[in-house]
Design a binder for this molecule. Structure first.
Ligand code: PLP
Length: 362
């Protein structure tokens, strides 16, 4: 079969996610394991969300509503956009893949940061794109001038994680708009706001306002992070009706299952619960910043629910030692950063255990 598989498929390696808790328990014979590896929300869903899932479960013999009618209406109202400007994805991951499939031809160019979220590259390479990865600045911010210089007539998409993963830094709204204005109008500007709800910074904006001004801007968000529905897979993109109409042609007919639709709708309607969670994450982030400082660690002061940390030893070794003690974190080797690990912000007891274990291991 190797003779018939497409070259672009041979050019990528499978995405490897954080290890599941159960697997680590089995592998190391541990009773208690914490996972701080996949930037998930550690808190349980709101009781209203659980109730909505329970109710929707009674109808799972039926196919889901392929158009996500109720969720679409509610989101459109909240975001003040036309319902036809929204595309849903099985996680926002799927929208990244759809965008690359729709707009990138073999030999076209895609501009990304380095390091950045791995799926931008995987999705682009699968379309036979030439990926130009532009190093972030020494303080882990996007180098927008260098990214602009990398754009040529062949560029089809510029991916901007805002804030990005793994660095956790953001692009202030003014800089973002200045950048967009300088780009040709036939380049899709993909602004990934998976961590939008966590950012508390005055100069961080709201890219949906840019969708209203620029036809070539696509903004994605997700229910996997602050809303804690990573296991149900639901994300969305907002763009011009025209861009959404192209993406709709590629969308799998029933990509958002009925439990995910019901849960996402209930999340939107339970804002106080999730705002409180964002406040808790912020508090814990400050705790971890203080703890890492007292351990003498170098780390990035992120605006998200994860933190990038420099370790003097080999990152794989550090991750392995943490695993043996039941703490799963992300090895940054897959990003080519062999002296970095990334930790997600967990619940208070989990964060305390992380700090204690890091102290032992380092
Ligand atoms: C920057 C960024 N974008 C998108 C995603 C994808 O999230 P999902 O597919 O769960 O919506 C992630 C997940 O970790 C991410 O870090």
């Amino acid at each position: 079969m190797k003779n018939i598989v497409k070259q672009s498929v041979l050019n990528v390696l499978p995405y490897v996610g954080g290890k599941p808790i159960e697997e680590v328990k089995r592998e190391f014979g541990l009773k208690s394991v914490i996972k701080l590896a996949s930037n998930e929300n550690p808190y349980p869903p709101s009781p209203k969300v659980l109730k909505a899932i329970e109710k929707a479960a009674l109808d799972i013999n039926r196919y889901p509503d392929g158009s996500c009618f109720y969720l679409r209406q509610e989101l459109a109202k909240r975001l003040e956009v036309n319902p036809a400007q929204i595309i849903f994805g099985n996680g926002s991951d799927e929208i990244i893949v759809m965008a690359a499939r729709a707009f990138v031809r073999p030999g076209d160019e895609v501009v990304i940061a380095s390091p950045t979220f791995l799926i931008y590259k995987i999705a682009s390479v699968l379309e036979d794109a030439n990926v130009k990865a532009i190093a972030v600045t020494p303080d882990f911010r996007y180098d927008l001038d260098a990214m602009l210089k990398a754009v040529t007539k062949k560029t089809r998409i510029v991916f901007l994680g805002n804030p990005d993963n793994p660095c956790g830094s953001y692009i202030p709204q003014k800089e973002l708009e200045k950048f967009i204005k300088q780009l040709p109008t036939d380049v899709l500007i993909f602004i990934d706001e998976a961590y939008f709800e966590f950012v508390q910074a005055k100069d961080y904006g709201n890219a949906i306002s840019l969708v209203k001004k620029y036809q070539n801007v696509l903004v994605t968000r997700t229910f996997s992070k602050i809303y804690g529905l990573a296991g149900l897979r639901v994300g969305y993109g907002v763009a011009s009706i025209e861009v959404v109409s192209w993406l709709e042609r590629l969308r799998e007919p029933f990509n958002i299952n009925s439990l995910a639709q019901a849960a996402a709708l209930a999340c939107l309607k339970d804002q106080p619960y999730y705002r409180k969670l964002a406040g808790q994450v912020e508090k814990e982030r400050q705790f971890l910043f203080r703890s890492f400082e007292s351990l003498g660690l170098k780390f990035v002061k992120t605006y998200t629910n994860f933190i990038l940390i420099r370790v003097e030893e080999d990152s794989s070794l550090v991750c392995r030692k943490l695993l043996e003690k039941g703490v799963i974190v992300r090895d940054m080797r897959a990003w080519g950063m062999e002296h970095y690990i990334r930790v997600s912000i967990g619940m208070p007891a989990e964060n305390k255990r992380l700090v204690k274990t890091l102290k032992e291991v380092l």
